[in-house]
Write a protein that binds this ligand. Sequence first.
Ligand code: SF4
Length: 173
Amino acid sequence: MSEPGQPGSPREPAQPVQPGQPAAPSGLGELVGRLNAAIARRFARSLAVLAVSAGDCGGCRAELGAAFGPVHDVQRLGVDIVVTPRHADALLVTGPVTDAMREPLLRAHAAMSEPRIVIAAGACAIDGHIFVGAPAVVGPLSALLPVDIFIPGCPPTPRQLIEGLMAAMGRRA
Ligand code: SF4
């Protein structure tokens, strides 16, 4: 039977290398490490967003639509909307958290891979705003999930939304 490294011996599988982790001593490991670091740098300049209305009045969603519209066009900066938490880097929530949306929000957050960013967009998501004390309202987003980025406003302007999304993207760099 041939020894590893001899002709005819089985090839040893390459070990995955995480960004920032020292590369394996072999030339292949070093190459994989450099490739992973390059991929991490490139994709840090993009942000996949799952936007969820937890009970908003429609104002925040309209401004979010404008941020992605032809005038502001936040997609040119590397931000895109996705429809599944499995593909999302960030969970952007508008409106106060209602009873009906409590469980779906928790499930969506749990389905996202780390590092996951949570964005509270608009006054209602931040502190409940005009819906404080309303029946069927659980409370602000921070009562349910750890919030990383707060975007103020009622509703936030497209520019405020874009600044918040850029801040979220900066956390990935
Ligand atoms: S922050 Fe203002 S625009 Fe947004 S959901 Fe609340 S009331 Fe509506």
